[in-house]
Design a protein around this ligand. Sequence first.
Ligand code: UD1
Length: 366
Amino acid sequence: MKILSIAGARPNFMKIAPLHRAFQANPSIESKIIHTGQHYDRGMSDIFFQQLELPEPDYNLGVGGGSHTQQTAKIMLEFEKVVELEKPDLVVVVGDVNSTVACTLVSSKMGIRVAHVEAGLRSFDRAMPEEINRLLTDSISDYLFVSEMAGMINLAKEGVASEKTFFVGNVMIDSLVHFREKAKALDVLASIGVAAKDYVLVTMHRPSNVDNAAGLSDITAIIEDLVQHRKVVFPVHPRTEKNLAQFGLLDKLKSLENLVILPPQGYLEFLNLMDNACLVLTDSGGIQEETTYLQVPCLTFRNSTERPVTVELGTNQLLADLNPATVKAKVGEIFAGKAKAGVIPPFWDGKAALRIADILLEKYAS
Ligand code: UD1
């Protein structure tokens, strides 16, 4: 059974790694990795391959940036050539980025089966590019592997046949479980001058938060307040850095005492930083899940989440906007010891990729 697994952007790499490991462990699977090149900087891409112990990709489509349409179209044109050459039995896509939907469309049009890992998640906010990617990918995939029960319910409501859906758990948590000890052993905190459980970790990259002056000045005001109480560690995404510089806020942030500004971090360094933080502020999808697993309080700057289990069972709370006064009040509660407790959701146990490999082999054999 020849499988091509697609990785394109930073949040894909930690999902592909355990799948490739599970596929490689099985002699009847030939597993190849295709990197679309959606993310291309060393810090956004190469370092993840090294740290996650992934081999060099078999193909790198090198598509780079551009508008969503350009990026998606370029991936489709390049990936079609790979499918023609490789004639896979199955294409595996993960998550909700442009690479996910582009490769799903190509495979489906070429009659190749597609498995979508992390299927069924819905924010119900179609202004998010990822929501469109999720809806399209799920509607034409053949096997839908789901990380939380809400995903199963969403797919059933959309009329997806139950034979196509499988509740298997969370492959990103597979990577976390696999690499946590290695991450813990790194000397990240001392190297940046912070102490365990005594700093706040901040990440922001969503266009709705960082592509406009109002969002960026709110983020700056929130950080200015936070540094009065704790050290703050802020690894800055390239999109956010460009915009902070453009709106003249980067120098202001750089001048703040108690703020450690970092470039995008490697997988292991970032895992270490999450594990040791007393609080995480983010607008990421995956970090909501990772902090839930690590049982670290998380405030997410979005008015919806496609990962509701992180709020229902986990340590995550949504803050509908970046209003600095609301954030200050919420953070104050957490610093006062009133953080929300959480439990680890079902099947987030490090074995999701093994379950997926077993199901795919069974389907292939039948
Ligand atoms: C993409 C995903 C998003 C995911 C995020 C994680 C889509 C629609 N969005 O958003 O779901 O949460 O990745 O990072 O697929 N850039 C670099 N170096 C890189 C990559 C990007 O400098 O290696 C720059 C680009 O030129 C662009 C900006 O960063 O200006 C944003 O990159 P883009 O690929 O548009 O999407 P993300 O915001 O990263």
